[in-house]
Structures are given as structure tokens and as C-alpha cells.
Design a protein around this ligand. Structure first.
Ligand code: GAP
Length: 460
């Protein structure tokens, strides 16, 4: 379904109002490029990560999980090339105010694609288009700005104490390649998978959680024989498509963009960006899929002196090549919410609801007593709540306002089912309905009477 251009604004407002996402450090005026996830945001994020882990790690024989430290020896980033120009964005400054901007973004707004341009070409394009800062002041010449956050470890002050916050989780897997080979004896092809935080000092964080300075990635480094990379690339590409469907994203909202050779990252020979059609923004990156060749393992072998070779049973030795599906949790979160956001009419009233897949909804089900001042109803509802909580974990107790309001509230946060315990449950009016409850479906609003003993099976 086509979403209106203001869907994103509505999603952002819902996120704040209903406890999904808050501005980072909000009570102190915020911190640009950071967002805090509230109770429902954590639940949705955890569901995305858990489903990803189930699909890409637990359900397969060829994947091994790792969880490397965020702080790594600075030599890792020299070997990977991240300390060099390859991990920089072109920056220009407003010469009056000192405000900084991404030159490629300013050029893009002027209709110029700056991908692959040298700094001189960027300066020439800015001059040609007579670009000035958003405040109307002249811009400085462009310079390269490295995106890694620097810090120091312990009490050391010299260069030896320098550390970086990791800008991708990927390197934590490359540096553990040999450890996994030695401890698990995996057979090629196999992959390492990791979920964790990454940090980039983005010049221009923007568009809610789309481009931020602290975010989470779900990444796989898949090790193959060089000769097999294309076959394995096609298989993983299909797995990524399956994953996006599992998130509930419609095929027509996903586009696969073959990154042109001159725009490839410093380590890649082929990359496909999986783009999502964000409402009001259009197609933009959701996840990346790169063929990284043997760039990383070869460089780590040269810099560390430790062999990164794989040895076949017949004694053949080689450095494996790498395929890398890389997903941003925040971008998946944003795409899932935009896709799920729905406005319709029910019972003659406008309503907003999140049509989330059951396996992603923050709450699987909500339980309410019809009236909160009737102890028998509350007691019975508490029993049903305890039973479902034991089974599903993510069950909401909701006794605020009237039942109609509760339904609307649960619809807005995407709870697939609401259960109401009423006088019929107690067997007071119709004895044949004793120990049955009303189960309401979020999407259709239809209600069914289900026996308490059959509730778990019904919901499953
Ligand atoms: N290891 C490869 C790698 O990091 P990338 O294309 O730079 O590749 C992978 O990042 C994914 O991480 C992106 O597709 C996006 O989903 C997410 N991502 C990257 N930078 C981000 C940022 N500043 N804010 C939010 N998500 C980001």
C-alpha cells in the first residue's frame, strides 16, 4: 500500500508518544545523532535481533556466532584501512559560523552526484553551482574527515594509548577467524555472525534513526573459496531477500541497487545495497551486501604476522574470500515501523494501528478485565495473564479506561490480540460460556470466544 509522505513524521511522533524511541540525553537538550530506545522500542529491536539470529545462525549448520570487544587494538584499523582516506566523508565548513556539512549531501541537493569525486572535483562542482552554506555564507574547501571516534585507554597519553570505537562489527570477526578455525574446525564455506554496537562520527546525522552516530549492526562474514564466490553470493542474496520478507517488508518496497565500480568501498569488488522505500524519502539503504575478496584476512595476516590460511583436508592452503551481508538494526526498525503504520476506519471512527508481524510485535497479546473495580473479574484476568506470561513472556496487562480505548491503544503499538475477561467468563450469565474469553484480532477487529484452556494453542 502506498504510504502518505507524512507517514515518517507520524511514525516518529508515535515512537515518542508510545515509548519506542526518545531523543538521546533529552533532559539536557539532547545529543545530536543519538537516540534512546524506550520499553517498546527495546522489545521491537530485540525481536528483530532474535529473529535474525534464529534465521542466520541457529537454523543453519554453517554459521558461528561471536561477540568481540568494542575496543580493539588500534592496529586492527590500520590493517583494515579504516584509518586512511577510505573511511572518510568530504567535509566543508561555513566560513562564518564554522558549521560543518557533508559536501556530497550539499551537492546532491543541487542535483550533483558526488560519489567517487576527488576533493578538487568537489571544490570545482561547488564553485560551478555557486553553492553556499544553508545560512548563505561561503564554504571552505572540502577536506577528508575520518568517521572513527578516537579515545584513549587507561592512563597512557602517547600514541600507544589510542583506541577507536569500532565503526563496524566486521573486524571483530576477522580478527577471530583463526580462533574459530582452531577451536571449532569449521568446513568452508562457513560464516561468522555478530550483533553489536558500532560508532561513526557522522558529519550530518539525520532522519531519525536512519543516520546516527551510535547504532547496532547485524553482520556476517562468510568465508568461501575464491572460485565459489559468485555461487555463494547468489545463495546469500536469496537469504537476504527471505529475511526482508520475514520482517514483513513488501517486495515492491525493496530495491536491489548494484553499486557502480567507482563508488565501491575501499575493500569491495561487488556490492549490492538493499534499499527500502522509506515514505516521503524514497528508496535508500537498508542493508549492504559486499564481496570483500581476501582484503581483510590478507591485510590482517600481513600486519599481525599470524597466518589466516585455511587448510583443506588434502593439505591445500589458501586465504578464503569473504561475502558480507551487513544489516543496520535501526534501519530495519524504521522500515518495519513505516511498513506497519496503517490508518483505517473501524466502527465509524478513524484509527491508527501497527500491522506488525506477530513475531516482531512488542507485545504478543494484551489481557484486561472488563471492569477493574470488580475483584472476581480482576482475579480471573490475573490468572489468564499469568498463564500467558509464562508461555509468551511479552504479554501486556491493560486495565486503563474502557475496553474500546484499550483496543485502540493496543492497536497503535501493534499488539496482535487483546483478551477480555467478562461476566460470561465467570459463568454468571450464560453457564455454557464459563471459562471462555473474548479474543479480538488487531487487523480485522473481529472477536471470538475461546476457552481459556485452548488460548495458548489458539494464539500459537
Ligand atoms: N561492515 C560493512 C559495513 O559496515 P556499511 O554499508 O557501512 O557496511 C552497513 O554499513 C549497514 O549499517 C548499513 O546498511 C546500515 O544499515 C547501517 N549503518 C551504517 N551507518 C549507519 C549510521 N550512521 N546510522 C545508522 N545505521 C548505519
Amino acid at each position: 500500500m502506498e504510504k502518505s509522505v507524512d507517514t515518517m513524521e507520524k511514525v516518529v511522533s508515535l515512537c515518542k508518544r508510545r515509548g519506542f524511541v526518545f531523543q538521546g540525553s533529552e533532559i539536557y537538550g539532547g545529543l545530536k545523532g543519538t537516540w534512546d530506545f524506550g520499553p517498546l522500542g527495546v522489545a521491537l529491536n530485540n525481536n528483530i535481533k532474535r529473529e535474525w539470529w534464529k534465521m542466520f545462525v541457529e537454523s543453519r549448520e554453517d554459521m558461528y556466532g561471536v561477540d568481540a570487544a568494542i575496543l580493539m587494538n588500534a592496529k586492527v584499523w590500520e590493517a583494515s584501512g579504516h584509518t586512511g582516506a577510505g573511511f572518510c566523508d568530504p567535509l566543508v565548513e561555513d566560513t562564518e559560523t564554522g558549521e560543518r556539512f557533508r559536501a556530497d549531501h550539499l551537492l546532491k541537493d543541487a542535483g550533483v552526484d558526488a560519489e567517487g569525486m576527488t576533493l578538487e572535483e568537489i571544490d570545482a562542482a561547488i564553485a560551478d553551482h555557486r553553492l553556499v552554506s544553508p545560512k548563505g555564507n561561503p564554504l571552505s574547501p572540502a577536506r577528508q574527515f575520518n568517521l572513527m571516534f578516537e579515545s584513549r585507554i587507561g592512563a597512557t597519553s602517547g600514541a600507544e594509548g589510542k583506541v577507536y570505537l569500532r565503526p563496524e562489527t566486521a573486524q571483530g570477526m576477522f580478527v577471530n577467524f583463526k580462533n574459530v578455525l582452531d577451536s571449532m574446525s569449521p568446513k568452508i564455506p562457513f560464516g561468522l555472525a555478530q550483533v553489536g554496537k558500532a560508532f561513526r562520527n557522522e558529519i550530518a546525522p539525520r532522519e531519525f534513526v536512519f543516520r546516527v552516530r551510535e547504532f547496532e549492526q547485524m553482520e556476517i562474514e562468510y568465508f568461501v573459496k575464491e572460485a565459489d564466490w559468485e555461487t555463494e553470493f547468489d545463495k546469500l542474496r536469496t537469504d537476504i531477500q527471505t529475511w526482508h520478507r520475514h520482517l514483513g517488508l513488501a517486495d515492491e518496497n525493496i530495491r536491489e541497487y548494484e553499486v557502480p565500480k567507482n563508488d565501491l568501498a575501499h575493500y569491495s569488488k561487488r556490492t549490492i545495497d538493499f534499499e527500502y522505500n522509506y515514505p516521503g524519502k524514497g528508496f535508500d539503504e537498508l542493508a549492504g551486501f559486499a564481496y570483500r575478496t581476501d582484503h581483510d584476512l590478507k591485510n590482517h595476516m600481513q600486519h599481525s604476522g599470524v597466518s589466516m590460511e585455511y587448510i583443506e583436508p588434502d593439505g591445500t592452503r589458501y586465504i578464503p574470500h569473504v561475502l558480507e551481508p551487513s544489516f543496520g538494526v535501526g534501519r530495519a526498525f524504521m522500515a518495519v515501523l513505516c511498513e506497519a503504520y496503517t490508518e483505517d476506519e473501524m466502527g465509524g471512527e478513524a484509527r491508527t494501528y501497527l500491522k506488525l508481524p506477530v513475531h516482531l510485535a512488542p507485545y504478543r497479546v494484551a489481557v484486561s478485565p472488563l471492569l477493574k473495580n470488580k475483584p472476581q473479574l480482576v482475579e480471573k484476568a490475573r490468572d489468564v495473564f499469568a498463564m500467558l506470561k509464562k508461555e509468551f513472556g511479552n504479554v501486556a496487562w491493560d486495565d486503563n479506561g474502557n475496553v474500546g480505548k484499550r483496543y485502540r491503544r493496543q492497536d497503535e503499538i501493534g499488539t496482535p490480540h487483546c483478551i477480555v475477561i467478562d461476566f460470561e467468563t465467570l459463568g454468571e450469565e450464560k453457564p455454557e460460556l464459563a471459562d471462555t474469553v473474548t479474543v479480538r484480532d488487531r487487523d480485522t477487529g473481529e472477536q471470538e470466544r475461546v476457552a481459556i484452556g485452548e488460548l495458548i494453542g489458539y494464539l500459537k
